[in-house]
Ligand binder design. Sequence first.
Ligand code: IMP
Ligand code: MG
Length: 180
Amino acid sequence: MAKTLRVNGDRFVPMITERRIKTKIKELAQRISKDYKGKVPVFIGILNGSFIFFADLIREVTIECEIDFLKLSSYGDAKISSGNVKMLKELNCQVEGRDIIIVEDVVDSGLSMEYIMEIIMKQNPASFRIVTLLYKKEAVKSPLHIDYVGFIIPRDFVIGYGLDYAQRMRNLKAIYRLKT
Ligand code: IMP
Ligand code: MG
């Protein structure tokens, strides 16, 4: 696997390989396809971070589905969550009566997810579940039920596979963590 990366004077080291990500996504997609058999869920991707995971995940899903996107911002260019969530793009799909699956790249403090849940629940979905590639379980502020988790990771700052550092490095094929 690729070696240490230098970004803005910070060093990042390999954490999850492209191959491990692929295998995990197949596994998640199989579980989802089985759980939603006979249904047509709506996958809602949280932009920008989830775009690569989202595209790879739904191509492994074997049931019919629809998609939509929500865009939130909370981080700015910092490495620590500001805790201040703003909506930058609203949903276009009808949520009422639908089986909603939120697709996130990473759940960190959980504040974005709480905000998203509030928006979705107000619109009476038939069901609501979350899939996240990465879960910083120790960082979550209040308990959160996540149905499909790719990898539980420490509180490290991570980049690649959709995740950015000051908007860059999203195009890395693997996931790297900040070396502290
Ligand atoms: P939370 O609201 O603190 O759970 O943060 C969620 C959002 O912050 C995620 O959807 C990511 O877009 C971003 N984020 C959290 N941790 C990281 C990280 O380690 N690297 C890059 N982005 C992150
Ligand atoms: Mg995100």
